[in-house]
Design a binder for this molecule. Structure first.
Ligand code: SF4
Ligand code: SF4
Length: 152
């Protein structure tokens, strides 16, 4: 594996450990993947996901993030992430940073959907610098021509 992808894999392990005390059981919900308005994904994360994904059509929507192209990854009608399978994430092991922090961290205390199990249990943040291991994450993924689409 490319060394940066290897570093990203290690980073996700460290991030998940950091988030673990805050993690709650979503059960069969998936509403945030079905209804969220946007998701920021970095090209390095896309590379990492593409090694895992066996669904070229769904991957194509993610790939459009590369080269600073701002696109929707959500379906036009349902607002559903192409990687959602039933109520679950089909790429859970390789999901991006912002999918991992959604729930445990809550932008301005207003970003959770009604009925979310994290409601009342999340950490409110106002600036991304407050997110866990965020500087480390940026060091890893942020290079020229990288861009995003926001959810958090
Ligand atoms: S990548 Fe997975 S966790 Fe992230 S929005 Fe899509 S289905 Fe949900
Ligand atoms: S984070 Fe909240 S909205 Fe998303 S799947 Fe879990 S319970 Fe549902």
């Amino acid at each position: 594996m490319d060394s940066r992808l290897h570093s990203l894999a290690k980073f996700y392990v460290a991030l998940d450990q950091k988030l673990q005390p805050l993690t709650r059981n979503c059960g069969p919900c998936g509403e945030c993947c079905r209804r969220a308005a946007g998701l920021q994904v970095y090209p390095l994360e896309l590379q990492y996901i593409s090694r895992f994904v066996q669904k070229p059509r769904a991957m194509h929507k993610f790939i459009n993030f590369i080269n600073n192209k701002r696109v929707k990854i959500w379906g036009e009608t349902a607002g559903q992430c192409p990687f959602q399978l039933g109520d679950y994430c089909s790429i859970y092991a390789v999901r991006p940073y912002f999918c991992r922090i959604y729930g445990p961290y809550n932008l301005r205390g207003k970003n959770l959907l009604p009925g979310c199990v994290y409601d009342g249990h999340s950490i409110t943040y106002f600036d991304r610098k407050e997110l866990p291991l965020y500087d480390q994450f940026l060091d890893l993924v942020q290079k020229p021509n990288h861009l995003y689409h926001r959810r958090c």
